[in-house]
Ligand binder design. Structure first.
Ligand code: NDP
Length: 254
């Protein structure tokens, strides 16, 4: 098999209907993968499939709330029934509640932890037997700069993103023997609906992030495409359990 060739590989991307997830899904499809878009919004799902197909890729969508165990099980059954196998899982779906720690409600906390962390647990465990049956697989977990740093506005979000980095290491240690590599990617500041929301709260965020980022700009969803292909392809077969910043140097800049 060629190093970056994903032909014949079935790739599930949660939250693949927009933002970072669509950037990664498009990269995987361009490398030959048969992509499955997973999200709740039917229109956004259909539009993401159309975008990938218009670029010459292969895609389908399965409407799913990734916080719901039964829905995740149904989604995985559908993918296996329609595509025959699962080789790649990108646990990308995520959300944020921007409040100081003392203002977060228990509902906020569960909403963020369920969406960002528990969903990865549910999707990974549902896919694991199929990856094992296929002789191996690749799991990509979405972290954040808040896997590394703290923020007064990110207590629940940071807990979920620190948690997923550690969860990645345990998954990687457990499933290496099954030829399943599990890695976490830590995006810096990327232009998406999520960060449009953050910029409404903090009008100086745009300039502050640009000033601190050695690359001198915010990231775009397509900046994630190459890393997605690498982490999903045979090129990364000896790489597992890592947490890779993809941030224009934000995490090493001063
Ligand atoms: P978007 O808001 O554009 O995308 C979020 C995606 O998650 C959507 O596709 C949404 O689809 C999906 N989603 C949310 N909740 C659920 C759910 N319960 N079930 C299924 N899908 C769900 O934001 P981003 O692209 O920015 O975020 C993607 C990931 O990247 C998140 O994990 C985020 O934390 C992370 N990230 C983003 C950064 C940035 O700067 N943008 C930086 C670091 C990390 P739908 O609503 O249709 O369900």
């Amino acid at each position: 098999m060629k190093m970056f060739d994903l032909s014949g590989r079935v790739a599930i991307v949660t939250g693949g209907n927009g933002g970072i997830g669509l950037g990664m899904a498009s990269g995987l499809a361009e490398a030959g993968a048969d992509v499955v878009i997973v999200g709740r919004n039917t229109d956004k799902n259909a539009s993401a499939v159309a975008t990938i197909e218009a670029a010459g890729g292969k895609a389908m969508a399965v409407e799913t709330d990734v916080c719901n165990e039964a829905a995740v099980a149904r989604m995985v059954e559908t993918v296996v029934a329609e595509r025959g196998a699962i080789h790649i899982l990108v646990n990308n779906a995520g959300t944020s509640v921007r409040k100081r720690p003392e203002d977060l409600t228990l509902e906020d906390w569960h909403h963020v932890l369920d969406t960002n962390l528990t969903s990865a647990f549910l999707c990974s465990n549902a896919c694991y037997p199929h990856m094992k049956a296929a002789g191996g697989g690749k799991i990509l977990n979405n972290g954040s700069m808040l896997s590394l740093f703290g923020s007064p506005w990110g207590a629940a979000y940071g807990a979920s993103k620190g948690g997923i980095m550690q969860y990645t290491r345990s998954q990687a240690a457990a499933w290496a023997a099954d030829n399943i590599q599990v890695n976490c990617y830590l995006p810096g500041w990327i232009n998406t609906e999520l960060t449009v929301g953050a910029r409404k709260y903090a009008p100086d965020l745009e300039a502050k992030v640009t000033a601190r980022t050695p690359a001198g700009r915010w990231g775009e969803p397509q900046d994630l495409a190459g890393l997605a292909v690498y982490l999903a392809s045979p090129a990364s077969d000896f790489l597992t359990g890592t947490a890779i910043p993809i941030d224009g140097g934000f995490s090493i800049g001063i």
